[in-house]
Design a protein around this ligand. Structure first.
Ligand code: GTP
Ligand code: MG
Length: 418
C-alpha cells in the first residue's frame, strides 16, 4: 500500500503586462492601453472518496499549473492559467517537505486545498498612467508561482478498525460484514496492507471498516507488519478487537494483552479509544463455560463482548447491531491533525559576502522578479522602491562603492550612485 509520497507542486507564472498605446485616427500617440497579464494557475488538492491509496503518485511526481497569458493592447487582459487539480483519498495529510509542518489534513469528500498558488499577472502600462506620466513605457512581468516539495501521508478514515493477532479471522470478518473481498488464508500475515469495507447500517447509513495486518508481540519494535499500519486505525472511532476463541482461556487473555500492549507502545491515543472485544471461531469451541468466562472477564474490564463465527456467520447479526449502536453513539467528527504550518515571508536581510553585497527577502525578490530591467522607467521605479525599503541606506552603511556588485535573488547588479 502506498501511503507516503513526496511530490513537487508549482503554481503557474503570471503573464506579463503589456506596453501598448491606443492607435487613434489623427492622433500620433493615444493613451496607454497595455493590458495586465493573466494569473498563473493554482495547484489544488481535492478529496476524492473513490480513492483509497496514494498509488497514482508513484508514477507522477511533478505537478505544475499553467502559466497566465501575457496582456495585450487595447487593454486586453491575458487569460488566467488553468489550475491543476490533484485528487487525493480522504485522510490525506499534507506536509511541507522542508519543515515537516502540517499544511492541511483533508478529510471530507470534495474538500479542497490550494497547495501552490499561481503568480499574479503583471500590470500593463495602462496602470502606470499618472498626471506626470501620460506615456508610461513601463509594465511588470508576471510573478512566479509558488513552488514546493510536499509530503502526502495517508491516514485512513474509517469508523471501525479491526485489530488482533494474525490469523484470528479479521479478514474473514470484514468480508462477512461488508463488501470487502480481502485474501483469507490459514496462515499468519495473509493481509499485507489495510483493506477498507463498507457496511450498510440501515436508513442509507454506512459504516466504514478497516482491516489491518495482524499485530504480534514486539510489533512496536518493528516485528511483523502490524505497527506501521497501526496509524491507519488511529483515527477510527471504535476498535474491534478480535480474538481467536479456539485457544485456552489463558492463552486468549494473554494474546489480547499482547495486542493491547503493542497498541499502547504505539500511541496512548490509540489504546484509549473505545474498544469492543469479539471472540471468533465460535464453531471450534466445545466448552460453553469458556465463553461465559470470557464474557465475564471482558465485561468486568468495561468492554462489550460478543462471541461469533465469522466463517459460518454465526451471531454476526448481533455484532452488526452492536457496531451500529456503538458507532452512532460516538462523535461524528474525525480527529484531524493539527495544522501548524504558517506561511512565512522571509524578512529583508542585507549583508556582505566576500565582495558581494547580498540583499534577501521575499518582498524585494518579488520586486526583482516582476521588473523589466531593460526599461528605463521600470529601472527608475525599481530604484525608488529600493530607497523606500531603506536598502540604499543600508548598503551605504555597509560601505558600498560605485561599481560594487549587489545580488538580489538570482540577479546581480552593478551599483551606481543614484
Ligand atoms: N473455524 C473457523 N475458522 C475461521 C473463522 N474465521 C476465520 N477462520 C479461518 O481462520 C483463518 C485465518 O483467517 P483470516 O481471515 O485470513 O485471518 P486474519 O486475522 O485476517 O489473518 P492475517 O491477515 O494473517 O492477520 C482462515 O483459514 C479462515 O478460514 C471461524 O469463525 N471459524
Ligand atoms: Mg487478514
Amino acid at each position: 500500500m502506498i501511503d507516503f509520497v513526496k511530490i513537487y507542486v508549482e503554481g503557474g507564472r503570471g503573464g506579463n503586462g503589456a506596453i501598448s498605446f491606443r492607435k487613434e485616427k489623427y492622433v500620433p500617440r493615444g493613451g496607454p492601453d497595455g493590458g495586465d497579464g493573466g494569473k498563473g494557475g493554482d495547484v489544488i488538492l481535492v478529496v476524492d472518496p473513490s480513492l483509497s491509496t496514494l498509488l497514482d503518485f508513484r508514477y507522477k511526481r511533478f505537478f505544475k499549473a499553467e502559466d497566465g497569458q501575457h496582456g495585450g493592447g487595447k487593454n486586453k487582459k491575458g487569460k488566467d492559467g488553468e489550475d491543476v487539480i490533484i485528487r487525493v483519498p480522504p485522510g490525506t495529510i499534507v506536509k511541507d517537505a522542508e519543515t515537516g509542518k502540517v499544511m492541511a489534513d483533508l478529510v471530507e469528500p470534495g474538500e479542497r486545498f490550494v497547495v501552490a498558488r499561481g503568480g499574479r499577472g503583471g500590470y500593463g502600462n495602462a496602470h502606470f498612467k499618472s498626471p506626470t506620466n501620460q506615456v508610461p513605457r513601463i509594465a511588470e512581468k508576471g510573478e512566479k508561482g509558488e513552488g514546493r516539495w510536499i509530503i502526502l501521508e495517508l491516514k485512513i478514515i474509517a469508523d471501525v478498525g479491526i485489530v488482533g493477532m494474525p490469523n484470528v479471522g479479521k479478514s474473514t470478518l470484514i468480508s462477512a460484514l461488508s463488501d470487502a473481498k480481502p485474501k483469507i488464508a490459514d496462515y499468519p500475515f495473509t493481509t499485507l496492507s489495510p483493506v477498507l469495507g463498507v457496511m450498510e447500517a440501515g436508513e442509507g447509513e454506512r459504516i466504514i471498516l478497516a482491516d489491518i495486518p495482524g499485530i504480534i508481540e514486539g510489533a512496536h519494535k518493528g516485528k511483523g507488519l502490524g505497527i506501521k499500519f497501526l496509524k491507519h486505525v488511529e483515527r477510527t472511532k471504535l476498535l474491534l478487537h478480535l480474538v481467536d476463541m479456539s485457544y485456552s482461556f489463558d492463552k486468549i487473555v494473554q494474546n489480547f494483552n499482547v495486542v493491547l500492549e503493542e497498541m499502547r507502545s504505539f500511541s496512548a491515543r490509540l489504546v484509549s479509544k473505545p474498544q469492543i472485544v469479539v471472540g471468533n471461531k465460535l464453531d471450534l469451541v466445545q466448552d460453553s463455560d469458556k465463553i461465559k468466562k470470557l464474557k465475564g472477564f471482558f465485561e468486568e474490564r468495561g468492554y462489550d463482548f460478543v462471541a461469533i463465527s465469522a466463517l459460518h456467520k454465526k451471531n454476526v447479526g448481533d455484532l452488526i447491531d452492536l457496531l451500529i449502536k456503538k458507532v452512532k453513539s460516538l462523535p461524528v467528527e474525525v480527529e484531524r491533525e493539527k495544522v501548524d504550518y504558517v506561511p512565512q515571508s522571509r524578512p529583508l536581510r542585507i549583508y556582505k559576502s566576500g565582495n558581494i553585497f547580498v540583499v534577501e527577502g521575499d518582498e524585494i525578490e518579488r520586486l526583482v522578479s516582476i521588473t523589466v530591467f531593460e526599461s528605463e522607467e521600470a529601472l527608475v521605479r525599481f530604484h525608488k522602491e529600493l530607497r523606500k525599503l531603506g536598502i540604499e541606506d543600508k548598503l551605504k552603511e555597509l560601505g558600498i562603492k560605485e561599481g560594487d556588485t549587489v545580488k538580489i535573488g538570482d540577479m546581480e547588479f552593478e551599483y551606481r550612485e543614484g
